[in-house]
Design a protein around this ligand. Structure first.
Ligand SMILES: [Zn+2]
Length: 319
């Protein structure tokens, strides 16, 4: 499985962060780094990001609805006192500064020190839409990790409470000694193509006019290629042959890894199941109009979503 040399930069795909995993078990080093004046600290609350703004941009009303761009992250720097919350060591930036994320619960609020006057919490998707590689990758990692901690307070083997160890990268059960590691759930998102046309679908919950690639979770015992072909067959009745992996995107809602593929469709007749509201074939010209938002009735996801880049990758190679 290989990706093409001209892989586009996809939002939430991090760069410039050295995860420095060898530091995670060194509690003394982590404590010193966290107390250092060079420390950079990303703050989240309930999955929302602390951003440099007086007022947060509200989230869109429906998936695919237009939304105003969000705000840049407001990193805290130095040895700020947030001692009562769990912190996660994200790694080191390119200057070697230690990078942490903390998730605050009720307090401190934005009216309390050390957050007072610095910013507000903004919906993750809204804020993340405008983030560059470093900030987007750090934010995606932090959100996925805190979601995992929030939903894994108890040992899945014996039911006793577990606790975070290794700078937030593991949970440990003192009762049965089990160790628990964060999960990433693979999701295939694929474009089936045939004879210069591509297959897109839409769900009932989406904003009117939004069409996108089909997608679904990989099941245990499946390869990516098998999962992609199964999902297309289940949702549209279209059989697929050859598959090609393109690129991926971390998608921390709560813990997915989106994996983009192109699939060769073997027939044309669509038979819808209940999961989709509709599915249809689009020509290359139509697909380009969806991306450019010049189609009279339909549009494709924005560049924040990997589906946008999968569609674009097909158009660029078949043109
Ligand atoms: Zn246990």
């Amino acid at each position: 499985m290989s990706s093409s040399p001209d892989v586009p930069w996809i939002p939430l795909t991090g760069a410039g962060l050295d995860r420095a995993a060898h530091r995670r078990c060194d509690a003394a080093w982590i404590a010193a780094a966290r107390a250092s004046e060079r420390a950079r600290i990303l703050v989240l609350r309930g999955g929302a990001l602390f951003v440099d703004a007086l007022e947060a941009t509200p989230p869109p009303s429906r998936i695919g609805a237009d939304v105003a761009p969000g705000h840049p992250l407001r990193w805290l720097t130095g040895a700020v006192a947030l001692d009562d919350v769990e912190s996660l060591f994200l790694g080191e930036d390119e200057s070697g500064a230690p990078v942490f994320a903390v998730e605050v619960a009720g307090a401190p609020g934005i009216a309390d020190a050390p957050l007072r006057g610095l910013g507000v919490f903004e919906d993750f998707r809204v804020a993340a839409m405008g983030l560059g590689p470093f900030d987007g990758g750090a934010a995606a990692t932090a959100r996925a990790m805190f979601e995992w901690h929030r939903h894994h307070r108890f040992c899945s083997r014996c039911g006793a409470p577990s606790r975070a160890v290794d700078a937030g990268w593991k949970r440990s059960c003192d009762a049965c000694r089990a160790e628990h590691f964060p999960r990433t759930d693979p999701v295939v998102i694929m474009l089936a193509v045939r004879g210069g046309r591509c297959l897109l679908g839409r769900q009932r919950a989406w904003a009117p006019g939004l069409w996108s690639c089909l997608a679904g979770f990989v099941e245990p015992g499946e390869t990516l290629e098998q999962a992609a072909a199964r999902e297309v067959l289940e949702e549209t009745g279209i059989r697929c042959g050859r598959a090609e992996y393109l690129f991926g995107q971390p998608w921390p809602f709560p813990s997915s890894l989106m994996l983009g593929l192109l699939l060769e469709a073997l027939d044309d007749t669509i038979t819808l199941d209940d999961e989709l509201e509709d599915a249809r074939w689009f020509t290359r010209d139509e697909a380009m109009a969806l991306l450019q938002r010049t189609h009279p009735t339909a549009f494709a996801p924005p560049r924040f979503a990997i589906a946008h880049h999968v569609l674009r990758a097909w158009l660029e190679r078949s043109g």
